[in-house]
Design a protein around this ligand. Sequence first.
Ligand code: UDP
Length: 306
Amino acid sequence: MGILVIGGAGFIGANLCRYLLGRGYRLTVLDNFSTGRPANLEGLALELIEGDICAPPALPGPFRYVVNLASPASPPAYQSLALETLAAGSQGVWQALDIARRYGARFLQASTSEVYGDPQVHPQPESYRGCVSCTGPRAMYDESKRFAEALIINYAQRYATSVTIARIFNTYGPYMRPDDGRVVTNFLSQIKRGQPLTIYGQGEQTRSFCYVEDLIQGLERLLLSTEPGPINLGNPQEISMLQLAQTALEVTGGRSPLSFKPLPPDDPARRCPDITLARARLGWEPKIPLRQGLKATWEYLQWQIV
Ligand code: UDP
């Protein structure tokens, strides 16, 4: 059974491809390597095609499933690739849907907790409509994903394509780029280099971190289901950035001091998924505690950092 993984050379893709290969699927990966890396898929028995989903090359179908992970995803990456991010979430998703329709494949889109913006409802259920600025510094990502969701739902109605949408909350693990600018990679890189941990603002803002192995099991369940989504996939264990820094230091034995930096504008104050729907519909919930996941991430990342 063939699966096309678009954006498969990125962080989530690298983990998902390994998992799906282990489950016996035949994989084709399309990636433009804007933030993904060919090295993430080195040695894997899959077909890797370089190309942009906004203007896709000929692909060796048929496919039973199309999984679209293609987008820059860390704030510094999507801010420096602003127009590319907007194109990926609009043109790119449209092209990906066309490929799924051509083969009668089921389509899964990686959406994001950023559709909730700086949430005023806590934790966030799928029914919450969000608090998003359409002109702010995160708009290129948040709004492109919101557009993508609207496109997918209307496309599915028009063409009877089987679709689903995963709203992915903060995820971490092996195959993240050490320099991607997200908080887990920043802290671990800083510990490795003996530098201070950069805490933005007072560090009281919260996130809920899901280990990637848990996430990909959720993605597979969603793919194999008939659920249309959107459905939250994330770990409901919420912590502040100060607590995260403390935990990262404990897990790694690091001794870096803390260094407080200005809070970037529009940085969400709190974020935590309500995963009632994922539990009920997919029988899924995360299993791996933060300390265990951080340890595994450290094992990988410390050798990537010079
Ligand atoms: N953050 C931080 N130090 C860093 C990088 C990020 O304190 O070196 C904070 C950031 O302000 C945000 C949280 O960590 O509140 C998560 O940031 P990240 O970029 O990982 O993802 P986000 O959830 O904001 O998209």
